[in-house]
Ligand binder design. Structure first.
Ligand SMILES: Nc1ncnc2c1ncn2[C@@H]1O[C@H](COP(=O)(O)OP(=O)(O)OP(=O)(O)O)[C@@H](O)[C@H]1O
Length: 204
């Protein structure tokens, strides 16, 4: 199923950040979001993932189809690598965690508590959760933070395989992942500043 974003306007902390965002993401496609720090990429991804309501416009096709990977890895530090993935598999009603362990080179770390992993290993585990969700639309916010070059390549390969299987991916990233993907620069969609309409002329 395609994800459709239509004339979306979004706010953070009560202030509009982006407006007029529209795109379609079809099965097999990836879309890379770019834009300067603070422009609203995270806010856009959160809105598309259903974590916050938009100010206006619409998102369709994402209901129960989206798996969202935020800035944080979302791991339970006392659980092992295997237990973390089993937990997420049970949340999403799936079972087989082995492909995720193998794809992210985590098999030798499978019995290690997540809290005892390095930052890059934690990130690999966090990203591997996407595979066990069984969901077709992956929405990912700066997924390569903490990853070394080899792990970035692993991640890009996982995404390629996901796209070939008919999945899709929406990724906010500042780096070139080498994917065959469209790029959407959200900079030009920066919302106009709010009008200050409570100016008290009597103050002058
Ligand atoms: N919890 C918050 N409360 C209020 N404002 C926030 C909050 N989090 C972020 N903002 C503001 O909302 C705006 C959009 O932030 P957002 O995190 O979506 O940007 P971004 O494009 O993802 O940035 P980056 O590239 O640095 O990750 C920024 O101006 C930011 O300062």
């Amino acid at each position: 199923m395609s994800l459709n974003v239509s004339d979306l306007s979004i706010a953070r902390g009560g202030l509009p950040v982006l407006e007029g965002i529209s795109f379609e993401l079809k099965p097999g496609q990836a879309l890379i979001l770019r834009g300067p720090n603070g422009v609203g990429k995270t806010t856009l991804l959160r809105s598309i993932a259903g974590l916050q309501p938009p100010l206006g416009g619409a998102v369709s096709g994402g209901e129960d189809q989206i798996a969202y990977a935020a800035h944080s890895d979302g791991l339970k530090s006392a659980l092992t690598v295997t237990e973390n993935l089993q937990f997420w598999a049970s949340v999403f009603g799936t079972h087989n965690i082995e492909p995720a362990l193998q794809a992210y080179n985590l098999t030798t770390l499978r019995d290690r508590p997540a809290g005892a992993l390095s930052a890059g290993q934690k990130r690999r585990l966090g990203l591997s959760r996407m595979m066990v969700t069984g969901r077709p639309i992956w929405v990912m916010d700066e997924p390569t933070v903490s990853l070394d070059q080899a792990s970035v390549a692993l991640f890009a390969q996982v995404v390629r395989t996901h796209l070939e299987a008919g999945g899709s991916a929406l990724i906010a990233t500042h780096i070139d992942l080498g994917l065959d993907a469209r790029v959407l620069d959200v900079g030009p969609y920066k919302a106009a500043p709010l009008d200050i309409d409570d100016f008290d002329g009597g103050f002058l």
